[in-house]
Write a protein that binds this ligand. Sequence first.
Ligand code: SAM
Length: 284
Amino acid sequence: MLSYRHGFHAGNFADVHKHVLLACVLAALTRKDKPLVVVDTHAGAGLYDLHDPQALKTAEYRDGVMRVWSAPHPPKALSPYLEMIRTLNAADGALSLYPGSPTVSRMLTRDQDRLIFNELHPADHGVLRANVSGDPRVAVHQRDARELPKALLPPAIRRGLVLVDPPYERDREYRETLDLILEAHGRWPTAVMMIWYPILSAGRHRGLVQGLARGGVKALLVSELCIAPPQTPMGLNGSGMAIINTPWQLDRTLADVQPWLHACLDPQGQGASTLEWQVPPQAG
Ligand code: SAM
């Protein structure tokens, strides 16, 4: 069953949180000249037209990227993300295109880097393929993400990042995601891994984060941005990202970025933003 379509949610507050973090991690990893590889296990379509009927139906981007892109005095670490959105929309100056994670990775990496994008949904896979065609750094796959560790890891370039961003349509996806990450980590222990999760009233994300912390991973940093109290029934209350092998000083960067981002995305202050080491670097 593949009913989730990211086009309905593109540019919402959770996408902004996720992609700002991705941009900050890529900035940290591209500081050294050495090549890196990005593996995106649930890549989506890659690029979204916010005037498309899918995006307009829910218009979630209005409470997401729309709030951030014109807000005054953003922290400096947000510049790569904001510049990327401006570059994509340079033609008419208005906000109409939003980058999915593959476009973020493409725009914020270099010639020497390699990008592996996987998307199972046939329609989104086709759009993704078209969106990245002509970029010699990219390989596109259409597999069940659970097959990826065995099929693709570790890659030939041993420095890199795995982004895991499932739709969590069914409860068992939390367990499957944990299994996927621990298998991927076992095969490629030095990779930075970013695992996105939704914060819903059922609180199933807590088992996922605890499972990671008990799974023997190093330097596990957890960033959560809530726009409503976590117990609020119905709806997406918050966005979470767990980062394994967190790059050096990323916690400092995010401590600077997150309060500004939260104030922008939750102007009524109904939720909260937190940043916590679940496994501190020195204890890993
Ligand atoms: N990472 C994307 C971004 O930030 O732009 C969004 C990804 S969206 C949250 C999740 C994607 O996973 C959907 O496009 C969905 O079709 C895909 N998907 C669902 N089940 C999958 C599976 N078992 N293997 C690979 N992809 C899957």
